[in-house]
Design a binder for this molecule. Structure first.
Ligand SMILES: CC(C)(COP(=O)(O)OP(=O)(O)OC[C@H]1O[C@@H](n2cnc3c(N)ncnc32)[C@H](O)[C@@H]1OP(=O)(O)O)[C@@H](O)C(=O)NCCC(=O)NCCS
Length: 173
């Protein structure tokens, strides 16, 4: 599938609580946890609380990632700062058979364009573990530039790890 076709087949939909709870198996997947630096498994009841908290948090938006009508993952922007007009994007594709087809790259591109327009944001950034090569490649292919490296910034899985900060400016004016 070419990039235009992938883009057409990607949609973002609002979460219901039922859909959010369906993501429990994805966020507790060891590979997704380690790449997204999620430290602890999350129970379904904890996840319900998280959903209610995030749904009323104006600095946090999140959506289902849909590809060809199928719910395959989630995407969002956190720490939205309406004064400086920036926010931190995140994504995961829970259905791993969809990895490596260019969906992540195009989803990041499409979602950041949409969110910056709808929320009048100027800049979107991402924080990525320096050993998460697919994610680093994805952001760079989506037009993000490396802005810096935070050395030994997180203690994760028994070791200190570096974080790469990538960002893209979206001029709205
Ligand atoms: C990060 C993620 C969303 C990327 O989605 P994706 O649809 O697989 O990404 P793309 O297909 O657009 O690929 C991006 C690049 O990574 C490469 N890549 C994808 N999977 C890979 C793998 N398992 N190993 C090495 N490279 C990989 C792709 O080949 C591509 O690079 P290329 O163009 O040089 O070939 C997906 O891997 C994922 O959900 N990972 C777990 C959660 C995560 O890491 N989230 C980001 C946290 S910051």
């Amino acid at each position: 599938m070419n990039k235009d076709e992938i883009r057409k087949n990607i949609e973002f939909e609002s979460f219901t609580i039922e859909d959010f709870l369906k993501t429990n198996k994805w966020i507790n997947d060891p590979e997704i946890m380690s790449r997204s630096f999620i430290r602890q498994k999350v129970s379904v009841s904890e996840q319900e609380k998280i959903f209610r908290r995030l749904s009323s948090d104006k600095s946090y938006i999140f959506h289902k990632l849909i590809f060809q009508g199928r719910f395959i993952g989630a995407i969002g922007v956190k720490k939205i700062d309406y004064i400086n007009r920036n926010g931190e994007i995140w994504i995961y594709i829970g259905e791993k058979e969809f990895w490596g087809q260019g969906i992540g790259t195009i989803a990041i591109r499409k979602y950041s364009e949409l969110i910056t327009k709808n929320y009048n944001l100027h800049k979107i950034y991402a924080t990525v573990l320096s050993d998460n090569i697919p994610s680093l490649k994805m952001f760079m292919k989506a037009g993000f530039n490396v802005e810096g490296k935070l050395l030994d910034h997180v203690f994760f899985n028994g070791e200190f790890k570096n974080i790469i900060i990538l960002a893209r400016i979206f001029k709205q004016d």
